[in-house]
Every structure is written in C-alpha cells, then in structure tokens.
Design a protein around this ligand. Sequence first.
Ligand SMILES: CC(C)(COP(=O)(O)OP(=O)(O)OC[C@H]1O[C@@H](n2cnc3c(N)ncnc32)[C@H](O)[C@@H]1OP(=O)(O)O)[C@@H](O)C(=O)NCCC(=O)NCCS
Length: 414
Amino acid sequence: MTIVRHLAEGDRERVAHLQKQAFVLPPERVAIAGNYPLEQGWVVEDAGTVQGALRVQKLRQFFGGRGVPCAAVSSVKVAAEARGGGYGGALLRHVLEALRSEGVAVSTLFPVHGGVYRRYGWEFAFAYLRRSLPIAELAWRPPPEAEAGAGGVTVGPVHDDEFDEVAAWYRDRAAGENGLFDRDEAWWEERLLAPRFGRTPYRYVARSGGSVCGYMLYTHEPASGVMPYGFDLDCRDFYWDGPAALAALLHFVRSHTGMGQRLVWPGPPGDPVELVLTGIAPTVARRMAGMFRLVDVPAALAARGYPEGLEAELRLCIEDDVLPANAGPIAVRIADGRARVSGPARDGASAGPADRGGRSAPRVDVRTLAALYTGQLNADTAARAGLLPGVDADTRRTLRAAFAGPVPWMAEFF
Ligand SMILES: CC(C)(COP(=O)(O)OP(=O)(O)OC[C@H]1O[C@@H](n2cnc3c(N)ncnc32)[C@H](O)[C@@H]1OP(=O)(O)O)[C@@H](O)C(=O)NCCC(=O)NCCS
C-alpha cells in the first residue's frame, strides 16, 4: 500500500541515496541530502520501501509589499526504477493537502518537468535570471552629484557583527519586489552563505553616511579558457539602492580586472543595471523558469498587498482539480492595499456575497490565476492564449490593476 508521511530518522540513508541518484550535487549538498530537519521532509513509501521524497521549507514570499506564507519545494525525486508509477503524484497531492491545512498559502519551486507540476496545479510564474558581462568592459553612467552625498559611497567587507544590519536592509529592499523571499536565518545560512564546492562567498557592503545602500555576496568561480587562477566574480546577491550605490559597487567589481574575467549577477527580467551601463551589453548567462501554486486561494489573495488607491471587486469561479477546497466562487474586495475574500463555499454552506451569482462568475483555472497573481502573466495575454475563456474585458482590467507591480523574479535557485 502506498502511504505518504513525514521523513523519519530511519529514512535518511535511503533518501540521501535517492537524492544522489536523481541529481549531481556539490559535495556540501550531498551532506545535506536527507539530513534536513525531519519536519521538512516527506516520503512516499510502498510495502515498507521508501520510493520517493521531497523537501519543504516554509518562509514568506513578498507580493505587493506583504509576505505571503510560502512553501519552497525542492529535492523532489522518485527511485529510478519506480518512476512513472504514480509515486511522485501521490507525494505531491498529499503534501499539498497537508500544507494547506498548516496555513501555507502559496508554493514555489524550480521544475525539471513542467508537466508534472502543472498536473498538480503549479504554473510557470516567475524567472530566475543571471546576467554576465566582461569585467574589463564595465562602463556606466556617472551618478548625479547630489546622489553621491557629501562623503560618497564606501564599499567594504561585511564584518560578522554587521550582518544583521545587511539582512534587515535586504528585507526592506526585497519587500518592494514581487517574488523575493523574506529569508529567515536558516535560509540565509544554507542557501546564501554556505560554501559550495568549497567556496564561501565574499561579503561586501556599500554604505552612504554610515547607512547600508547596497551589498554583494559572491564567490570566485574558475573561469574557463583563460590564464590559470582566473575567475568569474559570481554573485549570489547583488542589491543596491540608488545610482551612487550601484556605481560604487561596479567600481569595486572593476578593480578585479585582470584575474577577474566576468561579473555574473542575479536580477529581475527588466534589470535597472542595464539602464545604467554604457558599454558592452550584458548577456543572459542562465534563465530558469520558476513555478508557483496557490495552495489556499482565499488565503493567498488576502495575504498579499495591492496597489495603493485601487478600489475594485472581483468575482471569479476557481477551478482546481487537485485541491477541491479551492474550487468554487469567490468574491474579492480590494481597498486600502488589502483584499477581503469570501468563498469558496464549503459543503454547500453559503459563501456569502461570493455565492450571489457566483456560480456564473467567470471560471479561472488555479494555474492561470497563479501566473496572474505573481504579475508575470497579463490578463490580456492570458486571454489571447485562451487561458481566460469567458472572462470579460472589465474583469480583465481589474485583474491587470490588482496584480500590477514589479515583474516577479527570484534571486536564488534552490
Ligand atoms: C519527476 C518525478 C519526481 C515524478 O515522479 P513519478 O513517480 O515518476 O511521477 P508519476 O508517475 O506520479 O506522475 C506524476 C503525474 O505527472 C504526470 N506527468 C508526467 N510527466 C508529464 C508531462 N510531461 N506532462 C504532463 N503530465 C506529466 C503523470 O501523468 C502523472 O499524472 P497523474 O497523477 O494524473 O497520473 C520522477 O520522475 C523523478 O524522480 N525524476 C528524476 C528527478 C527529477 O527530475 N526530479 C524533479 C526535480 S524538479
């Protein structure tokens, strides 16, 4: 019999084996495989044998300026000999139901197989982008005098006792974007600061008048095809606020010319760095499409922020073939940057205002709504692709206005 349950101590060796079989991992991540906290792990077992596993890390993801309770799903794998037999699907379905009952509103992941996750309600809904540029070619618009401030911007190493200040600055900065994580300490440690292939990131902070105005975390990655010991300056994080901060960080990067071959950094699809560069244009070194799921549709709509000044009402009938609790009519009233959501009805009970005419409200699949929610998909584009049949122009206008904002992106691959 197939059962899905939390990871137990006795599963660790088997899960680490499945992990190593499914992925080529840096040595440091082999050590983590199967060794994360038990409550983060889920396994699918049949006749006493663990056939598959995944990991869930709970944190918040920023949308519209507010942190939405999120489950970051990773390390999904099924034993090579058992694939295609329904174990992966059983695992995803069970974990989604458990997460919903635990108060998780949304879920995000990087897929290898888009089809499998779409089958379970995730949709492509944000990008992970890394751009690259030869360091020797770095040239940029000088910042306006007034921006540079009296003492200018300084760039220096982040000392251990300064790190909390940098992390708090990241948090403020990330809240202004869509899709970035509100990182907790464990996420910082494992995903940003830990060594990978033996390389621990350098940490540098930009300050203006003593206050943080940017920072970068980067490793020196071996650069191929150049002199021995050459490296690419490979950023895990590259954040700045204002042209003077960016100029100071770029100046610091350019001081690596010689051994330093290329600057590689993560950024949003419309990266403002491109607006400041005046020399050779950056190329995209890597692009990964990320997927997103509304695990609890009403909770997800109520938890995010909305554009200031927008007053609107949406009536939709949600379709969700995996989580029936999401399915049915909802009414969303948006005012003062927040949404009040009613519906869907449970067990035939009234959903209040959502039920009045709700069943005839335009039908929206939970996947399409996920991509609209992050802001990656525009409602008119969705309609053109046939994803919003029966949704009238007024509703499309409201969807566009409600989910307007910075294009969603993710700074870290996990
Ligand atoms: C990806 C993986 C975990 C899926 O597990 P699995 O046990 O083979 O998957 P299942 O047999 O349960 O199939 C899952 C569902 O996805 C569907 N599916 C599979 N491939 C699909 C595709 N390309 N398009 C649409 N649906 C697809 C299946 O039909 C099934 O749907 P169902 O539940 O309605 O029957 C497994 O193949 C694996 O371990 N691959 C190697 C590691 C890996 O790539 N992990 C993913 C990291 S993101």
